[in-house]
Design a binder for this molecule. Structure first.
Ligand code: SF4
Length: 120
């Protein structure tokens, strides 16, 4: 299984992510954490994000670590995007990570932990 990280930046304007420097986070993840590739999008839960997911998410062979709002919120908000892509939101393919109310270091650690938990 490849490991892909989808970072949702919530339009770079969500007050709950005000302590996050997305540019720094992305570069640290790229350089320091073992994964296959990463994608940042400003709003995965809206039509443009869903269209991107439909086109780019792979039906097989990839587990998606989604760094965004709370996991339970992601389960609802990202459902249509995953559905359109034909990717089941089960624990083999979908690993949500909350980066809300985190600073850059804390968000980095959450993504690192998710990758370690996948351990494959
Ligand atoms: S999925 Fe969550 S983090 Fe992303 S834009 Fe929607 S509400 Fe914001």
């Amino acid at each position: 299984m490849k490991k892909a990280i989808l970072v949702c930046t919530c339009s770079f304007a969500c007050p709950s992510m005000k302590d996050l420097n997305f540019a720094e986070l992305a570069e640290r993840v790229r350089l320091e954490l073992p994964h296959d590739y990463m994608l940042l999008h400003p709003r995965l839960c809206e039509a443009n994000g869903e269209a991107m997911m439909e086109d780019l998410l792979k039906k097989d062979g990839v587990v998606y670590i989604t760094a965004a709002c709370k996991p339970e919120k992601q389960a609802k908000l990202l459902r249509d995007g995953f559905q359109k892509a034909g990717v089941p939101m089960d624990n083999l393919r979908f690993k949500p990570v909350s980066i809300q109310f985190k600073n850059t270091e804390q968000a980095f650690e959450e993504i690192k932990k998710a990758l370690e938990e996948l351990g494959r």
